[in-house]
Design a binder for this molecule. Structure first.
Ligand SMILES: NC(=O)c1ccc[n+]([C@@H]2O[C@H](COP(=O)([O-])OP(=O)(O)OC[C@H]3O[C@@H](n4cnc5c(N)ncnc54)[C@H](OP(=O)(O)O)[C@@H]3O)[C@@H](O)[C@H]2O)c1
Length: 331
């Protein structure tokens, strides 16, 4: 496992981050802890969780597993989505962020969070309030760095400008959805992160399992996550199962076979090869999947293989990105 510096920080994180979204859900506590052990044994030092994963259980599992070795790991968690029934148990208000941080610290059994991320845009709270509350947490030593997930380009750029103008802690990295099926961040967010020196830690690098090779034109794997636990994401699945996706999977399978790799490893190697990407966040429900995914590092796709994958999964440029690409990139 290699280590990469996260954005413009001096923080070194492993090139794969272990996601905890399955902990306490598809993976019971024993299996989740085995996965954490295996990941650390493989050299991983970066774990991503959230207050809402399994209603706080995922943070508890991570906290218990890191007892006695907290200093070995960079722990990232998130705040924003609903954690209770009361009106203020949601959002990016000062109130919810400060309370959410205390609760995460308790569940994680730690006195600091390495990377505290806002989980998504909050249309009801001004960014000034959110950023000041996060800055207070950094100054109080409860949080080392702050990050952001699920923002658009303008929302992220506005946040960075406010932080700079007010000398507040700045988001050091973005956690976007990014994989061979969903490449939309290449239009705006990825160039923005490169320009602003932000790290990028993509979620769902396997498109929730779609890119592992087990989904086929004529059959869905029984019991797999996309087909049941995420029934509230039906449109997500429909968007995935189209001609472009199957074409991409065909190319992935050819490359995987030629290189003696699995489809998952090809998908991860592609994400890792993209300029600006720091560390994809891998998800797994058991040790077999985790071991497979750990094989996404330690080798690289050739230029020709990257080209084939890029061509099969090519992004549809929409206006104004298409106009700028066609007319705005030359003298
Ligand atoms: N910021 C956000 O809004 C956000 C959203 C989602 C996730 N995340 C973070 O990103 C992490 C990863 O996301 P993700 O779980 O969607 O990632 P993913 O890697 O795209 O999908 C993981 C899922 O794919 C299947 N899978 C994984 N490896 C496999 C393998 N080798 N062979 C066959 N199937 C395999 C498993 O589901 P099945 O076995 O059920 O098919 C597993 O749960 C999460 O844990 C979380 O930390 C963040």
């Amino acid at each position: 496992m290699e280590y990469r510096v996260l954005g413009r920080t001096g923080l070194r994180v492993s090139e794969l981050c272990l996601g905890a979204m399955t902990f306490g859900r598809e993976s019971d506590e024993t299996v989740s802890r085995q996965m954490i052990d295996r990941f650390i044994e493989a050299g991983g030092n970066f774990i991503d969780t959230a207050d809402v994963y399994s209603n706080g259980k995922a943070e508890e599992i991570v906290g218990a597993a890191l007892k006695g070795r907290r200093q070995d790991v960079v722990v990232a968690t998130k705040v924003r989505f609903r954690t209770g029934d009361r009106p203020n148990d949601i959002g990016l208000s000062r109130r919810h962020i400060l309370e959410g941080c205390e609760n995460s610290l308790r569940r994680l059994q730690t006195d600091f969070i390495d990377l505290y991320q806002v989980h998504c845009w909050d249309p009801f709270t001004r960014l000034e309030e959110t950023l000041a509350a996060l800055d207070d947490l950094v100054r109080a030593g409860k949080v080392r760095y702050i990050g952001v997930s699920n923002f658009t380009g303008w929302q992220l750029m506005k946040a960075l400008c406010i932080s700079d103008a007010r000398h507040l802690a700045r988001f050091v990295c973005l956690q976007p959805r990014y994989n061979l099926i969903d490449r939309h961040i290449e239009l705006e967010l990825l160039p923005l992160c490169l320009e602003e020196g932000m790290g990028v830690i993509p979620w769902s690098p396997l498109a929730g399992g779609f890119l592992t090779g087990k989904y086929r034109r004529d059959s869905m794997p029984a019991g797999a996550r996309i087909t049941h636990a995420e029934k509230h994401w039906p449109e997500h699945m429909q968007n995935q199962a189209n001609d472009r996706s199957w074409r991409t999977l065909d190319v992935m399978q050819q490359i995987a076979q030629a290189r003696g790799r699995s489809c998952s490893q090809v998908a991860l190697a592609w994400v890792l090869a993209q300029p600006g990407v720091t560390a994809p966040i891998i998800g797994a429900r058991n040790l077999e999947q985790l071991d497979d995914n750990l094989g996404g590092v330690g080798w690289q796709l050739t230029g020709d293989e990257l080209h084939q994958l890029d061509a099969a999964s090519a992004l549809d440029y929409i206006y104004p990105y298409s106009f700028i690409r066609d007319f705005g990139m030359k003298e």
